[in-house]
Design a protein around this ligand. Structure first.
Ligand SMILES: Nc1nc2c(c(=O)[nH]1)N[C@H]1C(S)=C(S)[C@@H](COP(=O)(O)O)O[C@H]1N2
Ligand SMILES: [Mo]
Length: 525
């Protein structure tokens, strides 16, 4: 084989290998169940006639999965080699070939049986890396060397003593050396990346298996009657697990098996306590509806969700350690080192502050703090909702700063009384007639007393409220508006059960939560 053909095929395989490694890492980091390689293997299985699969299984037994993956990879390598050779001819042919492979990987990812869990980011990231690397490597393939003897200048040959071979020794081709070192580095990166990616996937799979094996005495949560008003466009009263907003500083959620989890309670206490997952569960589970929201949620924003949580009361856990009376805070720390400072009063005044193990009847997902997180009604997440919690230090606010308070956010983070308009959407055009206006309102642990709507120049009008089974959850509101043609500004405002109405003063999220009335504009035709 011509050397340049070999080099370009190698460039193709190595570039594709790096792309695959990147896609593996990305799917590990994103906690996806299947990477593009696995997705492609699944697609192949689905389109292979059953008798071939049976034949393969009879030949290789239970190694059929590995065989399939090996064959998928081998097929992929052959196609990438061909694309590499094509790239040597004309870089655009090669790039087009790689683009086709990338699209195949993406459509395999999309064809997953559970589309909700499939995600194109790994396949796209992998394709970009592979394309860039293919171009880089092909550009560095040295030109086919001309016959050595003619390449050496005549005087040099003349001065040299006669040699046994008629070929003249020349220093190794520096161009090829550069190319080979690029290939070597890229190949090593692909191998390391692949191993890292598989490692992430394996720990993810172990956590997933442990989650599925858990048998916790918690029922699936249905929506309490009357809580959901069923207005089109309004967020459902119970947020589905896969729609729950996510905010954290973790690039990839920590993977912690329940058997490896423990909680250390220390600081200003009579005695330090260590609890295993089993110890925790034995203390008994409390179930509670609670709406969690983020201090970074802008007025009208999406960083708020509602779920039924089950967990052990934080107060019971703290009581085991015996907190000193002059302690006014608990500094909690996650497995990955994030910290949060919570007022002792909110943890011990009888509200449903929990070390939660489930939400909406299923074990916490890794993204939302598996195996154990804290949730405290009435406080923003950054001062209370520590996911992957492993450490609680009983202390004083004057003695520490937590992750976000070091960065300028308020040490105390009570949730503000707020509301949101979900329907219609700002900018919508609706027909004249009855238009259902609706949304949500929240004032966790105070409860919502009323929501008022203002449309155009009309007076504030009270909206209908959904049933709220707990003062710790949001409520839905609705208003049947008899709309006539025109352009309207719609605003709303909530009043909590202490009698306080949300403020109209506009404030940004920093340092302790955004304020102002939500407002949208709609056209009626
Ligand atoms: N370990 C850890 N816990 C954390 C955070 C974090 O970055 N790391 N972010 C907090 C913030 S700011 C919020 S708003 C909530 C969000 O919880 P969720 O992602 O389950 O909705 O988690 C809190 N708990
Ligand atoms: Mo947050």
């Amino acid at each position: 084989m011509q050397r340049s053909v070999f080099d370009s095929a190698t460039a193709g395989v190595v570039a594709a290998g790096c792309g695959l490694a990147v896609s593996e890492i990305a799917s590990g980091v994103l906690h996806q169940r299947v990477s593009p390689v696995l997705a492609a293997s699944e697609v192949i299985i689905r389109h292979t006639p059953g008798r071939f699969i049976e034949l393969a299984i009879s030949l290789v037994g239970t190694h059929d999965k590995q065989l399939l993956i090996a064959m998928t990879l081998a097929g992929f390598a052959v196609l990438s080699a061909v694309a590499g050779v094509a790239a040597r001819r004309n870089i655009w042919f090669g790039l087009a070939g790689f683009a086709v492979l990338g699209v195949l990987a993406m459509s395999a990812s999309r064809a997953r049986l559970q589309p909700a869990s499939s995600n194109l980011v790994p396949a796209i990231a992998g394709s970009i890396v592979a394309l860039a690397l293919l171009k880089t490597l092909v550009d560095r393939i040295p030109p086919e060397t001309v016959s050595v003897s003619t390449a050496v200048s005549a005087p040099a040959a003349r001065n040299r003593p006669a040699d046994d071979s008629d070929a003249v020794r020349v220093p190794a081709d520096p161009g090829r050396r550069t190319f080979l070192s690029w290939v070597g580095v890229a190949a090593a990166a692909a191998v390391v990346g692949g191993v890292v990616g598989r490692g992430l996937a394996r720990s993810r799979a172990a956590v997933e298996a442990a989650r599925l094996q858990l048998r916790l005495p918690v029922a699936r949560a249905g929506t309490p009657p009357g809580a959901d008003l069923g207005i089109a466009g309004v967020a459902p009263w119970v947020t589905p697990v896969d729609k729950f907003y996510r905010i954290d500083t973790a690039l990839s959620p920590p993977t912690i098996l329940p058997k490896d989890w423990s909680l250390h309670i220390h600081g200003m206490v009579d005695h330090e306590v260590d609890l295993s997952y089993h110890d925790l569960l034995r203390m008994g589970l409390t179930e509670a509806w609670m709406t969690l929201c983020c201090v970074s949620n802008p007025v009208g924003g999406p960083l708020i969700s509602n779920a039924k949580w089950a967990g052990v009361r934080v107060a019971d856990v703290l009581a085991l350690a015996g907190p000193h009376p002059d302690a006014d805070a608990v500094k909690s720390r996650s497995y990955d080192g994030w910290t949060s400072g919570t007022p002792m009063s909110a943890l011990t005044d009888g509200r449903d502050a929990l070390l939660a193990v489930t939400f909406n009847g299923v074990p916490l997902t890794p993204e939302h703090g598996f195996p154990v997180r804290m949730v405290v009604p009435g406080l923003y997440g950054y001062v209370s909702a520590t996911k992957w919690i492993v450490d609680m230090e009983v202390t004083k606010f004057s003695d520490f700063q937590a992750f976000w308070t070091q960065r300028g956010w308020s040490a105390q983070g009570p949730v503000k009384t707020e509301s949101r308009i979900d329907a219609p959407r700002g900018g919508d055009t609706r027909r004249a007639g009855t238009v259902m206006v609706g949304g949500v309102a929240w004032a966790q642990h105070r409860g919502i007393a009323k929501v008022e709507v203002k449309i155009g120049n009309a007076h504030w009008t009270e909206a209908t409220l959904g049933v709220d089974p707990s003062i710790d959850s949001w409520v839905q509101w609705s208003y049947a508006w008899d709309a006539t043609p025109g352009t309207y500004q719609i605003s709303c405002r909530a009043t909590d059960r202490t009698g306080a109405t949300q403020t109209s003063n506009v404030a940004d999220v920093l340092p302790d939560g955004a304020t102002g009335y939500p407002s949208i504009s709609v056209m009626i035709s």
